[in-house]
Design a protein around this ligand. Structure first.
Ligand code: FE
Length: 255
């Protein structure tokens, strides 16, 4: 299994603090059945700046260490880029790193409470460059939770999304769990990934999430997510189902 989203690189964001923690995370990943993991450190989120040339050597360093430790996990390069107006200019400058460095898929993180006004235009401009923007954890964005139609519009216009495994199993609470299930049900997501930061409170939950997905939505849906992650890594087109609107549920919790 491939995990597309992790903060496993040592000492560059709020993920693994040092190499020892990176190795601990790698061991846990292997336990979960993960064979390849994309390292996606935060970039431009107000706290961390991690450009492409900082990330690539650290990925090599971690892979060397894992080999020495006999841990069969391959780390691939990536980045979790917070949305900002000059992303494409900085991409041209070589600062932005696509997933597995294949110039095809880019992780875009929205602020946690809002969807900036320019989002739709910027996601369009990214696609014009031949890159597919992937909105990470839409289920944890307060504005999308309030107005799921905004997510539908973005996906309809070609954006992909990635839901966090921990959200699916309820680790971020019931509201986010339910929203993540609604998103899966309405074909508004294309990838499930861990966004693991450590092995304590923000761990992988990948096998648990896939068990839940298989049970709730069927094995076909589980396989689609697993296959999409592979296609992404190979730089190929992924499988997309027709996006649907999330129906507003009324009078929930009345009983
Ligand atoms: Fe993340």
């Amino acid at each position: 299994m491939i995990d597309l989203h992790s903060h496993i690189l040592p000492g560059i964001d709020d993920g693994a603090k040092h190499m020892t923690e990176s190795v601990e995370m790698a061991r846990e990943a292997v336990q979960q059945g993960i064979t390849r993991i994309v390292a996606t450190p935060h970039h431009m989120n107000g706290k961390y700046v991690n450009v492409k040339e900082d990330i690539l050597p650290l990925v090599n360093e971690l892979n060397d260490r894992l080999k020495k430790e006999n841990i069969s996990l391959e780390v691939l390069p990536g980045q979790e880029c917070r949305i900002y107006g000059e992303i494409l200019e900085d991409y041209e400058q070589g600062e932005i790193l696509t997933l597995n460095n294949n110039q095809k898929y880019l992780f875009i993180e929205l602020p946690s409470n809002s969807v900036p006004r320019y989002t739709e235009q910027l996601l369009f401009d990214i696609q014009v460059k031949g890159i597919v923007p992937i909105i990470v954890h839409p289920e944890r964005n307060a504005e999308l939770l309030e107005s799921p139609d905004k997510l539908y519009q973005l996906v309809k216009k070609g954006a992909c999304t990635q839901v966090t495994a921990a959200s699916v199993v309820g680790a971020f609470g019931k509201k986010i769990k339910n929203f993540s299930h609604d998103i899966i049900q309405a074909n508004l997501t294309h990838f499930i990934a861990s966004d693991a930061h450590n092995i304590r409170n923000r761990t992988f939950k990948m096998d648990e999430a896939f068990q839940t997905i298989s049970k709730e939505f069927g094995q076909d849906v589980e396989y689609l997510f697993i296959e999409n992650a592979e296609l992404l890594i190979e730089g190929q087109n992924i499988i997309k189902e027709v996006p649907e609107r999330i129906k507003k549920k009324k009078f929930l919790g009345i009983f």
